[in-house]
Design a protein around this ligand. Structure first.
Ligand code: NDP
Length: 446
């Protein structure tokens, strides 16, 4: 990196102690050098220094009362990163590991992902270090209401439209939406992932996992391969993992392992997805319960071990940096020939370099998991029109969007790197071009 190294140096100096944010920026900048060489006017207009600085960062206190009557205090975040092509859009994460670095890495990636969807949405992300595990429904509601009391001052259907992410599903969106409505007296599409009877879109729940498989299906086809008969390992057992498992199975794959933050299960006969849904979606229990019913399956403690399971296709769908260099090497040594990222930044930059060196089929998160936000944007369209599309209509649009993301990424990869299979560069470049053009056209306030 020559042209953009000074930008990277300034990001590190200005944002100390934000390793995840540095990692996400570095991964993007490393692929954009050939684009900026062609567009010196963008360097002159400070596009790169501007794009790595959020337009607005909001941090706030979230105080709430637990079931024992004790006051608890958490920290809330909303990073409104870039609104060049539309209102800020991105999920809300509730997990004890949440901090500003994590929200900024997610918000930064969201800019390019949202641009790739072809829909008019800018990039943002939010969350809290609140841990929903083990909390009662009343505690979850109290927290969500307190969180939204502050967040409501900064969002709006034409300003910023949050959605779910880790720890935020239909239940949490419901509590937050109720509080927004109570405070603002507006029934408006201010959140996506809403319930079906009150503004939600069919197929939103399935969208990220389904979209991942539609994207990978295109990438596999381009190399004469498919999911048919492919042994597949999926990390996580949350929203993304469950619907990735469903679609991959429908497309002919045999999913043999899944996980949660306590460990992974291996079922040589193929994962029983109904049982996983019952354990994780209904009972909100640990994945280890699976082996009580499926006695031939095994449970192993610890998360990283899942990448030692021999597979053709790996779909990391849990969390950031779950595949490091060592796990990447293990996967490759075991003959894995395709990796598709359902989670955000699940592979370290060293792991990605290893995939590219090996020449396997690799679907990077920005492109491969964009189906969730794309369908959120379709929910926004339906809310604006006061109309509901059928499951089949939304699913068909999702599939078409994922196919067009694959096409845009592979064409940009070919044009700028000479290798249509370098989807890491292709996704970054295709996503960046639209945002850079918009920022340039909209000028700077003197
Ligand atoms: P969920 O909360 O529904 O599920 C998360 C899953 O990952 C759970 O099985 C959880 O285990 C596991 N997990 C979480 N943190 C860790 C950790 N530190 N180590 C190991 N396992 C962990 O979240 P989603 O499925 O919505 O999100 C998963 C990933 O996909 C995230 O990276 C998210 O940003 C990304 N994503 C989500 C989208 C969406 O539409 N939901 C859209 C695009 C990307 P446990 O049950 O033990 O907590």
């Amino acid at each position: 990196m020559k042209l953009l190294q000074p930008v990277m140096d300034r990001v590190i100096a200005r944002n100390p102690n934000q390793p995840e944010f540095h990692q996400a920026v570095s991964e993007v900048l490393e692929t954009l050098e050939p684009v900026l060489e062609k567009h010196p006017e963008w360097m002159q207009a400070g596009i790169m220094d501007r794009i790595v600085e959020p337009e607005r960062q909001i941090m706030f206190r979230v105080a709430w009362v637990d079931d024992n009557g004790n006051v608890q205090v958490n920290r809330g975040f909303r990073v409104q990163f870039n609104s060049a092509i539309g209102p800020y859009k991105g999920g809300i994460r509730f997990h004890p590991s949440v901090n500003l670095s994590i929200i900024k890495f997610l918000g930064f990636e969201q800019i390019f992902k949202n641009s790739l969807t072809t829909l008019p949405i800018g990039g943002g992300k939010g969350g809290s270090d609140f841990d929903p595990k083990g909390k009662s429904d009343r505690e979850i509601m109290a927290f969500c209401q307190s969180f939204m009391t502050e967040l409501s001052k900064h969002i709006g259907a034409d300003t910023d439209v949050p959605a779910g992410d880790i720890g935020v599903g239909g239940r949490e969106i419901g509590f937050m939406y109720g509080q927004y409505k109570r405070l603002r007296n507006e029934f408006t599409g201010v959140l996506t992932g809403k319930g079906l009877g009150w503004g939600g879109s069919l197929a939103r729940t399935e969208a990220t996992g389904f979209g991942l498989c539609y994207f990978m299906d295109e990438a596999l086809k381009a190399q004469g391969k498919s999911f048919k008969g492919a042994t597949t390992v999926i990390s996580g057992s949350g929203n993304v993992a469950i619907y990735a498992c469903q679609k991959a199975t429908e497309l002919g794959a045999k999913v043999v392992a899944m996980s949660d933050s306590s460990g992974y299960i291996y079922d040589a006969e193929g994962i029983d997805l109904d049982l996983i849904k019952e354990i994780k979606e209904v009972k909100r229990a640990r994945i280890s319960e699976y082996v009580k019913t499926r006695t031939n399956a095994t449970f192993t403690e610890g998360c990283r071990g899942i990448w030692t399971v021999k597979c053709d296709i790996a779909l990391p769908c849990a969390t950031q940096n779950e595949i490091n260099l060592e796990s990447a090497k293990t996967l490759l040594a075991n003959g894995t020939w395709a990796i598709g990222e359902g989670a955000n930044m699940p592979s370290t930059n060293e792991a990605i370099a290893e995939y590219l060196k090996a020449g396997i089929i690799f679907g990077p998160a920005k492109a491969a998991n964009a189906g969730g936000v794309a369908t959120s944007a379709l929910e926004m369209s339906q809310n604006s029109m006061r109309l509901n599309w059928t499951f089949e209509e939304v699913d068909a649009k999702l599939k078409q969007i994922m196919q067009s993301i694959y096409k845009a990424a592979s064409e940009a990869a070919l044009e700028y790197t000479g290798n249509a299979n370098n989807l890491v560069a292709g996704a970054n470049i295709a996503g960046f071009l639209k945002v850079a053009k918009a920022m340039y056209a909209q000028g700077i306030a003197y």
